[in-house]
Design a protein around this ligand. Sequence first.
Ligand SMILES: Cc1ncc(COP(=O)(O)O)c(C=O)c1O
Length: 386
Amino acid sequence: MKFADRMEKIEPFYVMALLGRAKQLESEGVDVIHLEVGEPDFPSPSRVVKAGMEAMASGLTHYTPATGLPLLKNKIADFYLQRYGVQLDPYRVIVTPGSSGGLQALIALLVNPGENVLLTDPGYPCNRNFVTMYGGIVKSVAVSAKDQFQFSADTIRANWDNNTRAVLMASPSNPTGTVVSDEALIAIANTVASLEGTLIVDEIYHGLTYDQSLSTVLQYSDEAFAINSFSKYFGMTGWRIGWVIAPEVAVPGLEKLCQNMFLAPPTVAQYGAIAALEPEALVELEERRVEFKRRRDYLEPALRSIGFIIPASSEGAFYIYADISAFAADSYQFCIDLLEKTGVAITPGIDFGTINAKRYVRFAYTTSVPRLQDAVSRIEGFIATL
Ligand SMILES: Cc1ncc(COP(=O)(O)O)c(C=O)c1O
């Protein structure tokens, strides 16, 4: 069978091979500690589950409008007012199947074949493949601990060329858990506007920050796109609901794309999402944030104490990006050996880019403190054998 040429350029997710092996070890009775999984270990809030079940039982199982239920759009707009003080016309809210749907629709909307998009290296791997799928060119930009592994206005200016169309960045970031300061975000938004490009900020880990609350890019720009999702903070990964806040002028184009690409976001999940925005659910989610902070506060110093170098602290999401060069030259092999010898699963840096990727691994603190303590003692034992 013949496949399209683009398939040569689509990269696999290396951690999936590791996850496959972890599952196999589990089936053989090994107690695997999963620090590779990029999703909350908590189930969806009970009110969300109830709302989804009620929607299904009462026959709300048909298509909704392509860009989402008006009630959900209104609720999302209210959420921006409460959380960020931003007044939004609900017309600008585009509900998508996960933020993955929103990211793909935005690339389709903005990028011509041959035009490039600036992405951070390290960064969220699927974005590279989305750009490639639409014929765009990925311009991976090395970001370092000096800039919290994030873009700065200067790096954007230095990497911009005549074919650059957009900048796509995430704050907090996957895999580093680092955030962009308000000052840097304002400078970035102004720089991209002055270069006549488009700024997309993936805010999927908003709500999961531990030392500060973040501003949305919408506070500083009417031209930027904000991406978000019910997956991470709201604990609804499997429901597949995300959203884009688009400038008004971009809404008709996005609506056309959503009609064709998705027909509509999942209906039952939208009713769950409406419940997730109710005050009672938000109280439960805040308790979970505090639990993630407890885990971060334990794991980061514990890893440092056994020799990992963490050049930029985890300020959000549930990730720590750690340098393993003191122990090994190849982080992929390090992850495989660690899994085989100790049952601790973590993600190798090569999933997130190429620059210095062999030096880094990502820890996800998506398990309880006692399990993290167990993991740290197993890792310490493993390192002693190297
Ligand atoms: C930075 C970032 N953006 C987007 C996504 C996609 O999430 P979803 O499609 O579940 O909203 C992820 C998932 O891990 C992510 O880490």
